[in-house]
Design a protein around this ligand. Structure first.
Ligand code: DSN
Length: 435
């Protein structure tokens, strides 16, 4: 029952005071250990992150920014926030960093309110083509305040027709153009988007929440190198930090961004989260992390090639980053929800997902989305991706064959045993020093 990720004494207390939550925690550990996590926005954080999330920084209120707070007792919180900001600037070659956003949506909303007026037009990628809710989907509160317009990708290649983007921009006159996605397996041409923004007099932002860690590790292009005004990223996906968000921007936007985050959007920053972000930003500067970022992409390639060879229909025909979208409706005659449930039974976790211009609704969409950051964090390589692709193909061809799913579940469990979750291996072996 002892666990490397939490203090043994605190865990004992939890077991005594709230056995229901304790049991759920233990079961979740087993679920994460014995199954393969392929949701592309999830990851296993660095073990150091657990130490800081469970630390006394949780207890501190720190409204304001280093050197200008509304409460006393900030000598240690100032240290960690300054380190987090400096490391963020160094890692992403940014002129300014704000590390206080509590999450991804809050971070993007803070940017809109910092740089725009209500009623201004924002141009972002269509949700079904890979865009994100926080880029202005009509169901969001932001869509009541700003006017959102869309660009799409070409079907089936997934290429972005830049002349079409330019035309939409000329017609709708956005004040802000967003590059970024949560289910687009291709790279952006950041230079071309910046050129369009300049032509129409718009600011340009990239939301690289999925890609932040891969950019930090030097495996993908950094939009800030192309003159972008703002780049946002969450900190818990490929970056392997705590849940949270960061805004990186040009110096000229620094004051507006900071004011928009606090006091505009948020009260007290989560200092335990910021401490963990600071440490994450140190760890992503190591050679080991750079190798990890490259391996995430190599693994996605191996996975995609094995699926294509097995007859799967990949949206955009392949991948250039960490994620893959399969059209299960055309390839296997099943909707994404059926695929998700069958794969879950085999110990593979991923999510159902809409495909471009999906004729089906979001809870019964035509596809599934998955990626390699978490499996790669366990040390899995291309050979394991090929094995997982073969298991996935068997499931997708026979999603109702429970005997087959049980057999595959055992194969997945055996695979997982060979690749312990970082930080959790010590639960079993008590060899924390080796983690
Ligand atoms: N929920 C995240 C994802 O899965 O991509 C984005 O918000």
């Amino acid at each position: 029952m002892t666990n490397f990720t939490y203090s043994a004494a605190a865990l004992d207390r939890l077991q005594n005071s709230d056995s229901e939550i304790f049991d759920a925690l233990m079961h979740e550990e087993v679920r994460q250990s014995e199954g393969v996590e392929l949701i592309p926005s999830e990851n296993y954080c660095f073990p150091e992150v657990y130490a800081l999330l469970g630390s006394v920084f949780n207890n501190k209120y720190s409204e304001g920014y280093p050197g200008r707070r509304y409460y006393g007792g900030q000598e240690n919180t100032d240290t960690i926030e300054n380190l987090a900001r400096d490391r963020a600037k160094a890692v992403f070659r940014a002129e300014h960093a704000n590390v206080q956003p509590l999450s991804g949506c809050a971070m993007n909303e803070a940017v809109y309110f910092a740089l725009l007026q209500p009623g201004d037009v924002i141009l972002g990628m269509d949700l079904s083509h890979g865009g994100h809710l926080s880029h202005g989907h009509p169901v969001t509160n932001m869509a009541k305040i700003f006017k959102y317009t869309r660009y799409k990708t070409e079907i089936p290649s997934g290429a972005i027709d830049l002349e079409k983007v330019r035309q939409v921009a000329l017609e709708t006159k956005p004040k802000l153009i967003i590059c970024g996605h949560s289910s687009y397996p291709r790279e952006y041409d950041y230079a071309a988007f910046k050129k369009i923004a300049d032509e129409v007099g718009a600011l340009i932002m990239a939301d690289v929440s999925h890609l932040g860690g891969l950019i930090a590790g030097g495996a993908l292009k950094n939009p800030l190198d192309y003159g972008f005004d703002v780049m946002t990223t969450t900190t818990h996906k490929s970056l392997r930090g705590p849940r949270g968000g960061m805004i990186l921007c040009k110096k000229q936007h620094a004051a507006a961004i900071d004011k928009s985050v606090f006091p505009g959007m948020q009260g007290g920053p989560h200092m335990h989260q910021i401490a963990a972000i600071a440490t994450t930003l140190k760890l992503v500067q190591t050679d080991a992390y750079k190798a990890y970022a490259k391996q995430v992409l190599a693994n996605a390639q191996a996975f995609a090639q094995a699926l294509l060879a097995g007859g799967a229909h990949l949206v955009t025909g392949g991948t250039e980053n960490h994620l893959i979208v399969i059209n299960t409706a055309t390839g296997f005659g099943i909707t994404g929800d059926i695929a998700e449930r069958a794969l879950d039974k085999a110990g593979i976790t991923l999510n159902k997902n809409v495909i471009p211009d999906d004729p089906n609704p979001p809870m019964k969409p035509s596809g599934i989305r998955f990626g390699t950051p978490a499996a790669t964090a366990r040390g899995m390589g291309e050979a394991e991706m090929k094995l997982l692709a073969s298991i996935m193909l068997q499931v997708l061809r026979a999603p109702a064959d429970d005997a087959l799913l049980s057999k595959l579940r055992e194969e997945v469990r055996a695979l997982c045993k060979r690749f312990p979750v970082p930080g959790l291996e010590c639960t079993k072996t008590k060899c924390c020093a080796a983690a």
